[in-house]
Design a protein around this ligand. Structure first.
Ligand SMILES: C[S@@+](CC[C@H](N)C(=O)[O-])C[C@H]1O[C@@H](n2cnc3c(N)ncnc32)[C@H](O)[C@@H]1O
Length: 193
């Protein structure tokens, strides 16, 4: 994915990052937060507003995504091999990034989360209705080339359903606290048991 194109798309959807951060804001005691697959860092910016006293760190495997906008406290690295101590973070977020990871990343995320810590995942909804997908495709074409649009649209056919992801998270040692489904995406908030 072209990092500059993605940045334009992300800025167009700025409100989505804010809404996700607002949903997290009630966990106000959090002092250490990690965003895995942070991309251009728009969620990091929002998290820093809602958690002014927390250390907020981003990690992404693409240098291009990290440098397209000036960012602080970000690390080049892989979700499957996180360079952090066990039981370190109060919150870990994955916004539209989990579908790109090997699912072994879930064990890594669990390792770096404190017991009782929160994992918040936002992902595309593979049961989105056709009319919504058509609308999304038109929007994507304003920002990306046809190959990228196709790749993104194909994901909607192949990614886990919310139910499948929830079962996987539960099997991996998380207690699911809340699920928010919307037309094109869904969020799962779960706690490390
Ligand atoms: C669709 S983008 C989402 C970026 C950002 N979270 C957002 O919502 O704007 C997915 C991001 O995951 C990153 N990524 C893919 N595989 C990764 C991995 N194994 N470890 C860390 N980051 C990864 C990509 O480089 C990309 O920045």
């Amino acid at each position: 994915m072209n990092a500059h194109e993605y940045y334009r798309w992300a800025k167009f959807n700025w409100w989505n990052y804010k809404l996700f951060a607002i949903q997290l804001a009630k966990f106000k005691k959090a002092r250490k937060i990690l965003d895995v697959g942070c991309g251009n860092g728009l969620l990091l910016d929002e998290l820093r507003i809602f958690f002014p006293n927390a250390i907020v760190v981003g990690l992404d495997s693409s240098k291009d995504m990290l440098i397209v906008k000036k960012q602080t406290n970000v690390i080049l690295g892989k979700a499957e091999c996180l360079p952090f101590k066990n039981d370190f973070f109060d919150i870990v977020t994955c916004m539209y990034s989990l579908h790109e990871f090997d699912l072994s990343a879930i064990d890594e995320i669990r390792r770096v989360l404190k017991t009782g810590g929160l994992l918040a995942v936002k992902e595309i909804n593979c049961s989105a209705p056709k009319w919504a997908l058509m609308h999304l495709k038109i929007l994507l074409r304003m920002f990306f080339d046809e190959k990228t649009v196709k790749k993104h649209m194909d994901l909607y056919q192949t990614f886990h359903s919310p139910e499948k992801l929830i079962r996987f998270l539960e099997k991996s040692g998380f207690e699911v606290l809340k699920v928010n489904k919307s037309i094109l995406d869904f969020s799962v908030f779960c706690r490390k048991c």
